[in-house]
Design a binder for this molecule. Sequence first.
Ligand code: SF4
Ligand code: SF4
Length: 513
Amino acid sequence: MIQLWPFHGGIEPKSYKTLSNQVAIKKAGIPQFLTLPLLQHIGEPTKPVVNIADKVLKGQIIAHCENEDCSLSLSAPIHASSSGTIVAIESHAVPHPSGLNAPCIVIATDGNDEWIERFPLPNYTDIEPDIVRNYIAQAGIVGLGGAGFPSHVKLVHNNIDTLIINGAECEPYITCDDRIMQEHPADVIVGAQILLHVLGGAKNCIIAVENNKPQAYKTLSNLAQGNIAVVQVPTLYPMGGERQLIYTLTGKEVGRGKLPASIGIVVHNVETTRAIYRAIYQGRPLISRAVTVTGTGLETPQNFEILLGTPMEFILKQCNPKSNLKRLIMGGPMMGFSLPNNKMPIVKTTNCLILSDKEEVKPLQMPCIRCGACAQACPINLLPQQLYWYAKAKDLKKIQEYHLFDCIDCGCCAYVCPSHIPLISYYRYAKAEIRANEQESKKSESAKHRHEFRTFRLERIKAEKKARLQKLKSKSNASKESAIKAALERVKAKKQAIIIQHLIDNSSDSHLQ
Ligand code: SF4
Ligand code: SF4
């Protein structure tokens, strides 16, 4: 029994989890086309290593990290989710809050689903942790809780004491982690053992499950042994936030701007842990993921195992959508974002699709009444109303002094605000403005350097030209002077010759006389 430490703030929104957590995860099947964005994670994009008309096998790398060695970069390779032919490498609509298109590789599937040769590492305990870590990097595994941080980057630390497997799944509607823990508990436990091996010194592992998932807690507890403990944590949003979960389990706070590794802790999501198990034991790279497909707009909400790159409409059709669809969200209702259509592909960070048959009704926004409810709810202990004032006043300096970048966009403040102020929109706007300004100042700084260098180069060219001209001038002056001198010499010599001749002539005349 470990002591739990309640974190500040948090909310208890209606969960809507029973819509989808009652039935087993279903395989979604193979669509006609798979559209795989080159960037599906936090970090640097990948570059294609295939060409149009190439035949590819399931599990084959089709886009590699810029760095030859993926384990050295903040990136993750992309693999073909099924066998087929590359038919396009082009810009395509992707699920991203920016709404912008991004480069993608499109595979026309052949229906054979034929695997490339696989090389699992079941004897991983006999293998150096660094080699196992490189293998995880090559498998393209990223955080599947929605963040998409390349997992191998969180496995480099050798001063880790505690590994936490995050099975909190605190956002309303989302149930895919719950189903994985119920249906594949052994994969999660073995995945945790692999992570402990890679982390070297980690002494213990805690698998944290919110107490609204009793079945998942039970199945995992039945299998866990040794230094792996399964712990129930209270159902409170955002319990699944890394910092909130660490505090709840250990009472330790991660410092501002620091990573959990700074206090000897690493956190991985439940499905990520299973993906690591599958990579090591089955040689299976990250080519599919579990996705909760739910919402009031569907007759049969459920969880699916979906090949990455599958169009969302291919999945939604399998849930019998009602006719009057109003809104599609990727992620949960608290931290997710609306999508303009259902043509976009499922990517590594798609943990949930919510299809609603209700318009997003925005309640009338009222002025802030300084009630302080937002500060009470904020799990980071920020002052959301101050952030709101400074965002509204566009005081980007002051808002940073109030730690805007510590805000995790959890939405607790907006949820409790009696004035219905869309606080998150203000914070996102301010963050985007600050980032844009930083980029702009970086750009103008580099333009200034370019201008200074150009001026210096032009002045150097000018000075060199001047020096060359000077040299030519003095050379031509010198030759002119010597020509004049020679001419004068010649005139002088001629004059002397005339005088001498004259003297000779005169002297001859006088002899004759
Ligand atoms: S909860 Fe809303 S009204 Fe109350 S202080 Fe915060 S921003 Fe103002
Ligand atoms: S969105 Fe940001 S300010 Fe609001 S409660 Fe969450 S962390 Fe605090």
